[in-house]
Write a protein that binds this ligand. Structure first.
Ligand SMILES: [Zn+2]
Length: 275
């Protein structure tokens, strides 16, 4: 199937009242398992290259890997840059074949965030791809604190930037290993009364499963980013494979055994979000 843009998977999700998984990848083994899981569930999937992933593998290489998987998949696959912090990084992702750019200006003032996000929306739309922005600040577990999204600012941000998707801070926190981060449903309602842009929840791993499932179907949240939960599943599968035979040194034979357990966990995540 030809590669999809973020809008091409989020607009149907908005209209059909469901959400798509924005799955944080770290390498070939997990991205391949994510697509296999989406095919098994017959739903779209967003492959995300975040800062940690890019530190390990250059963007042009990741672009080729995502595109290869998309071209050979039976379901729509999006190649998404997660947390692009500079214009140059976003431009490189665009040149590398990504079909969606997230520009993260959430640490900046509203004015700067709007101006800089607008620039990325412009280059994205000129190339017929999508752009996600962030308004409010989603903090990090054991790190920076969150600043909740102000609904009035979200409306201004959506209207002035023209983003295709908007990440909001409503109780979600990055890198949570436990499901402690319940979302502020009242704030979500206020935001979606003021804008019809598809909403994105970063830090989806920390959201209780029941709430994630319900909000995927009842609100304008169209994308849940899931990283930690999947890294934990992959890490455990890899540890089991390593420990199974201490003499084994060929990493392909070890990594092969991460595939099925990872697919099983991702299928459960996607089945709760899909339409
Ligand atoms: Zn994030």
């Amino acid at each position: 199937m030809p590669i999809a843009t973020l809008s091409e998977v989020l607009q149907p999700a908005l209209k059909g009242s469901y959400a798509v998984g924005g799955l944080v990848t770290l390498g070939w083994e997990d991205m391949r398992a994510f697509v296999a899981a989406a095919e098994a569930e017959n739903c779209s999937v967003i492959l995300q290259a975040g800062p940690g992933c890019r530190e390990h593998t250059p963007l042009p290489v990741l672009g080729k890997m995502f595109r290869y998987l998309a071209d050979n998949a039976s379901v729509p696959v999006v190649a998404h840059l997660d947390h692009g912090y500079t214009y140059d990084e976003c431009a490189l992702a665009l040149d590398s074949g990504f079909t969606s750019l997230m520009y993260d200006g959430s640490r900046k003032s509203l004015k700067e965030n709007i101006e800089e996000t607008k620039r990325i929306v412009k280059i994205a739309h000129e190339s017929n791809i999508s752009c996600e922005g962030e308004i409010g600040f989603v903090g990090y577990s054991n790190g920076e604190n969150s600043a909740g999204t102000d609904p009035a600012e979200a409306e201004i941000f959506a209207n002035e930037t023209g983003v295709d998707a908007m990440a909001i801070s409503v109780g979600n926190v990055h890198l949570q290993e436990n499901k402690e981060g319940g979302l502020d449903e009242d704030r979500i309602s206020k935001i979606q009364m003021l804008t019809s842009v598809p909403l994105v929840i970063h830090g989806g791993s920390g959201v209780p499963t029941e709430q994630r499932k319900r909000l995927a179907h009842e609100t304008n949240i169209c994308k849940f980013n899931i990283g930690t939960e999947l890294r934990m599943a992959f890490g455990q599968a890899m540890r089991n494979a390593v420990n199974k035979d201490v003499k084994r040194f060929d990493r392909v034979s070890i990594l092969k055994e991460t595939h099925d357990p990872t697919v099983a966990v991702v299928r459960r995540v996607l089945s709760n979000l899909k339409g």
